[in-house]
Design a protein around this ligand. Structure first.
Ligand code: HEC
Length: 461
């Protein structure tokens, strides 16, 4: 049956030659697990594209609606939280996969003649990937999104001459607002995907023209080769399945909460960027004052240029690692720097006083008991009862709250708030949360401060 169908299609589409081109590509040195990172990255890109399409069904890119639509996806849409989780963890996974792919290509010297163009297109794809991360981060329009993007766009302002112009292009105006959001959305969902697809096609086209690089030892590469199908195809497929299981597992089990709704007036908020930008964020902190332009554009610019032109800078024709001490040492130093910065940044974040667990439980109870139906906190919730954003300013007394929960009218005569005769511990947690709501403290317990240097150049905002 399948055979008949295949013959029918083959008659009309001439599939057999195509099949040979696609599957018989020979791999010098034979199939290997070390070659799987490129296909893992491609797979994750497809996953991002697919989950992104579903998110776009509900998401509305306007400051009034963005936060609510993301919350709607998270809470109301069947499996919306899962699709958003896949997109979130998929984004992190892409970065890991790209990093490993880059590392493999670098270690194997696979960027050397005749694959210089393939490397350059690859660096372009890496930059597009960063662009996806940067534009996507703003879309939920929560505090983190808003203030991290503020930091990011302000950085561009330090480029001499064209800085202000570039910031205006990024923002679509003088301030970070509605135009910025629709601009980021269009770039994230239309421009970048289109560029990305062209880049991937070019990358793969070059791969098929020059063939895979294979092992670094010429002898080993000559000794034997093997077609792409079946062994390499099945290794790639297994890794894709593994990657999917991992990302789906994370999406299923690790919730990725929204911070509070973006509040452009709240200059006290300290944003935390995505982990793959953390090393850079940490670097920015050391480079304040006159050194700042060095960090915001000079070094990043030089680095990208150097990476792009690396196949021409590294003139050593050898691919064997033992004959490339300079290239490997510089790679190792670079990695050591990145991971040290990342490590310091993470340590600083977690060394800060962490959220009192009682407050966290109280916040969860607040949601579960539907207090939001009547009370608003930072713009979210009903208007039947008083706004509780800064309730501890007026009511700092724990006993008052405990009595109020058990019998509201005993402390607030004529109250229409229902009594909440919960367990002692629950009432205590709920009260701890309310007492944490005072002016002058960071508004989102979900997002801990990153450190001393809050928003580099925030005065530019
Ligand atoms: C049916 C609507 C409704 C619900 C549900 C509700 N409240 Fe209230 N709440 C009110 C009203 C009305 C008041 C004002 C009268 C009063 O003080 O009791 C109030 C007052 C308060 C106050 C005192 C605020 C102040 O500034 O005086 C606190 C604190 C409070 N509520 C917390 C909560 C918490 C926590 C929950 C969820 C466990 C909750 N409320 C659920 C209607 C509600």
């Amino acid at each position: 049956m399948a055979g008949t169908l295949y013959r029918w299609l083959d008659d009309r589409l001439r599939l057999t030659p195509l099949e040979h081109t696609l599957l018989d590509e020979s791999i010098p040195g034979g199939a290997s697990w070390i070659y799987v990172f490129g296909s893992a990255t491609l797979f994750l890109f497809c996953l991002q594209a697919t989950t992104g399409m579903f998110l776009a069904l509900y998401y509305v890119p306007s400051p009034d609606a963005a936060y609510d639509t993301v919350q709607f996806i998270q809470q109301e849409v069947p499996f919306g939280w899962f699709v958003r989780g896949l997109h979130h963890w998929g984004a992190s996974a892409v970065m890991v996969a790209v990093g490993l792919h880059l590392l493999q290509v670098y270690l194997y010297g696979a960027y050397k003649r005749p694959r210089e163009l393939m490397w350059m297109v690859g660096v372009g794809l890496l930059l597009l990937m960063m662009g996806f991360g940067f534009t996507g981060y703003l879309l939920p329009w929560d505090q983190n999104a808003y203030w991290a993007t503020q930091v990011g766009t302000n950085m561009v302002a330090s480029v001499p001459g064209v800085g202000d112009f570039l910031v205006r292009v990024l923002r679509g105006g003088d301030t970070l607002g509605a135009l910025t959001l629709s601009r980021f959305f269009a770039v994230h969902t239309l421009f970048l995907p289109a560029l990305m697809v062209c880049g991937i096609v070019a990358h793969l086209f070059i791969l098929r023209r020059v063939g895979p690089a294979g092992p670094w030892s010429v002898d080993q590469a000559r000794q034997r080769s093997e077609p792409f199908y079946p062994r390499q195809v099945s290794m790639d497929a297994m890794v894709m399945l593994g990657v999917f299981v991992l990302v789906a597992g994370l999406a299923w089990t690790v919730e990725f909460p929204l911070a509070d709704r973006a509040d452009p007036a709240d200059h006290t908020f300290t944003p935390v960027p995505e982990w793959y930008f953390l090393f850079f964020y940490q670097f920015l902190k050391y480079m304040s004052g006159p050194l700042e332009p060095l960090a915001t554009w000079v070094l990043p610019g030089l680095f990208i240029l150097g990476l792009m032109l690396w196949p021409f800078l590294d003139r050593n024709p050898e691919r064997q690692p033992s004959s490339r001490p300079v290239a490997l040492a510089s790679g190792a130093v670079f990695l050591a720097l990145i991971f040290t910065l990342l490590g310091i940044s993470l340590r600083e974040r977690y060394a800060l006083p962490t959220l009192d667990p009682s407050v966290a439980r109280g916040k969860a109870l607040f949601a579960r008991q539907h207090c939001m139906a009547c009370h608003r906190i930072h713009g979210d919730g009903g208007k039947v009862g008083p706004d509780l954003s800064y309730v501890a300013d007026q009511r700092p007394d724990r006993q008052w709250h405990l009595r109020h929960f058990r019998d509201p009218s005993s402390v607030s005569p004529g109250s229409i708030m229902p009594a909440f005769p919960l367990a002692e511990k629950d009432l205590n947690d709920l009260t701890s949360y309310l007492l944490s709501l005072k002016s002058g403290t960071p508004t989102s317990p979900g997002t801990r401060a990153a450190g001393r240097h809050a928003h580099p150049q925030e005065d530019n905002a």
